[in-house]
Design a protein around this ligand. Sequence first.
Ligand code: AMP
Length: 220
Amino acid sequence: MKNIILIAAPSAGKGTIASLLKEEYNMTHISTGDILREKANENSPLGRDIKYKINNGIFVDDDLIINILKERIQKEDCNNGYILDGFPRDIAQAEIYQKILNEIGKDIGIVIVIDVSLENALKRITGRVTCPNCKRVYNTNIESIKPLVEGVCDDCKEKLVKRVDDNAETYMDRYNTYIEKTSPLIEYYEKQNIVYHVDGNVSVDYTYKQVKEILGEKND
Ligand code: AMP
């Protein structure tokens, strides 16, 4: 499978789409946010610094994220294609990423942009809960991805948790950072003719259907 970079505003559904792709195509889901949240639990100055940044919607240092990414995409489970969720976050990261790809001989693949209105994203943020174990994302405001039992992961029965940064106030900072720093990546990758848009406003099924159509075309 082609590697995929998912670009979308926070809580647009990147994690949900990545989980579906992982299940159906055995692709590897790399969420830099998830990796950083694990590191933030370490009781060390670095762990505390990461936790502060995540909780306040501030980007962690490029060096740290690039090192994590470079190591991760060279693992064997990435050979069948991987999905990047949360990286690259700005043009500087995209440029370094391209250098890494050239160095290790991997292809950039395609970029899928999930378009979602601010109104819908805000609605979703209040209902998002995640399994700390398998990282599956649920949403109590969306019927099709509600957990079967409230507060419990369908798969591993872990207690679901809400992210500290998932509140309306922090959300607007994260959203504005997305518009200012991350969304210019769309134009950056359009110049390489690798960008595809899907409508993320309707339902998970509808978004996923559009993603599969794109993959069908690209992997024939
Ligand atoms: P996410 O789960 O993608 O919403 O990311 C949560 C938080 O992790 C962000 O608000 C940043 O603090 C940090 N983060 C995730 N990915 C990156 C990245 N590529 N570069 C810098 N910081 C990141």
